[in-house]
Write a protein that binds this ligand. Structure first.
Ligand SMILES: Nc1nc2c(ncn2[C@@H]2O[C@H](COP(=O)(O)OP(=O)(O)OP(=O)(O)O)[C@@H](O)[C@H]2O)c(=O)[nH]1
Length: 426
């Protein structure tokens, strides 16, 4: 249970702007720049700062010995009310429509005040006028320019999140982080799961992945050198919500092939098809992707996608970065659906052993299980080596007690997973 504290490495820039006037801004930075939202937006992270980026942060969360999500620490002991700020991570390959979705979120009438953490690599502009036009809604916008999230996220993101959550909490209801198109989402997710301070104030609401229907298949299938990560695949694998964007640019046949490919990688995420990121805001905000009490609605499995096939893919890291974090990205989902009853101790032992041994390759797991001796569902979730589980809602008197368990990961051994599951049956 003991949470890990991550050191802070990043030297980045964050600005906080009050949208109603679009003039006020507070900048957090090693260089302490002060600017309006418009000027800030124009100053996306510049490639020349790449050299300043610290080396890749190794996977700190794969610490085994039963680490758990830091949810307990986050909930006020006095009121038992979870007051942490929900945070949505928007990811997706270059040009897939992340900024378009962000602007859709910022310009929709949903009543939430949004703080935005923007992570751009290069000088891609956000449509400032679009953001400004939303000034009628009292929405606060925070912009963070930093380096490549996959390399530097921990320290700086931690700092930014804490500063926001501690000092500006009354100014917004939700944080949205837009990652660079080439970032791997894992380090961001790990930050929420393992950093004690972050998880006390902020909670990960969900990972939303934009997929460019026109170009995604090429990126997903790109054959790379062995052990080289394919960010496009990883972004799909970690998603709680997937938006198949730019459907206007593809035929129905192309779309169907992509649907299948995406489902194969991630059989857990809910997907929606869209143009210009136009989805219901409730599809992307308030997802509760990491809330145990909402796992059940998230585990909507389609058994036809349970089979595991591996696609070798991967590619070099991006734009002048030189790191040693190269992975094989044979990523897929394995789903288990069964009406049999499980022994709780066996389940706990099995899953703990599994994440200890395979945690590095196990991106996500979610399950709703029927255990003997309990009239309640047993819900589990995991991110790499971090497991979380607790009793959930009671089964209805007439309800079929169906176990649903889904794994997303690299080089998953489906036979062994099914065998492990069977070994837990009473
Ligand atoms: N035809 C079409 N174009 C779209 C759609 N969604 C976004 N675009 C366009 O695609 C381009 C890239 O969109 P962005 O929202 O900037 O994509 P991004 O993922 O933020 O891009 P990067 O930050 O460079 O990774 C823009 O010109 C958008 O207007 C869509 O559904 N259909």
């Amino acid at each position: 249970m003991a949470p890990e504290d991550k050191p802070s490495l990043f030297t980045g820039v964050a600005a906080f702007a009050g949208a109603p006037s679009m003039t006020s801004s507070i900048v957090y930075s090693s260089t302490l720049l002060k600017m309006s939202i418009h000027s800030f937006v124009a100053q996306r992270f510049h490639p020349r700062y790449v050299d300043m980026i610290p080396p890749f942060y190794s996977r700190g969360m794969v610490t085994t010995s039963g680490p758990r999500f830091n949810t307990a620490a986050a909930i006020s002991t006095e009121s038992d009310v979870d007051t942490r700020v929900p945070t949505t991570v928007i990811t997706g390959f270059l040009g897939s429509g992340k900024t378009t979705l962000l602007n859709h979120i910022l310009t929709s009438q949903h009543g939430r005040r949004i703080a935005v953490i923007e992570n751009e690599f290069g000088e891609v502009d956000i449509d400032g006028s679009l953001v400004a036009s939303h000034s009628s809604v009292s929405e606060d916008i925070l912009m963070v320019n930093n380096g490549c999230l996959c390399c530097t996220v921990r320290g700086d993101l931690v700092k930014m999140l804490l500063k926001l959550a501690k000092e500006k909490r009354d100014k917004f209801d939700h944080i949205v982080i837009e990652t660079t198109g080439l970032a791997k989402p894992a380090p961001v997710i790990e930050t929420f799961c393992t950093d004690e301070l972050v998880s006390r104030y902020v909670k990960l609401d969900g990972v939303v992945t934009l997929v460019d229907c026109k170009h995604a298949m090429r990126h997903l299938n790109e054959v790379k050198p062995r052990f080289v990560v394919n960010e496009a695949v990883e972004q799909v694998a970690y998603a709680d919500r997937i938006i198949l964007n730019k459907t206007d640019l593809v035929s129905e046949a192309e779309l169907e092939a992509l649907r299948k490919r995406i489902k194969h990688i991630n059989g857990m995420a809910q997907t929606k098809e869209a143009t210009f990121g136009a989805v219901d805001i409730d599809f992307v905000l308030g997802v509760g992707g990491y809330d145990l009490d909402r796992i059940e609605s998230e585990v909507q499995l389609d058994e036809s996608h349970g089979a595991s096939h591996h696609h070798e893919a991967g590619h070099e890291h991006h734009r002048g970065h030189h790191h040693d974090h190269k992975h094989d990205s044979a990523v897929s989902s394995v789903s288990i659906v069964s009406e049999e009853t499980l022994d709780l101790d066996e389940v706990d032992d099995w899953l703990e052993r599994l994440v200890e041994e395979k945690g590095e390759n196990l991106y996500r797991l979610k399950g709703v299980l029927s255990v003997s001796g309990s009239d309640k569902r047993y819900v589990v979730q995991g991110v790499h080596s971090i497991l979380d589980s607790c009793p959930g809602k009671a089964w209805g008197p007439e309800e079929k007690r169906i176990n649903k368990l889904v794994f997303i990961g690299r080089n998953l051994d489906e036979v062994s997973l099914r065998k492990g599951f069977k070994g837990c049956l009473v």
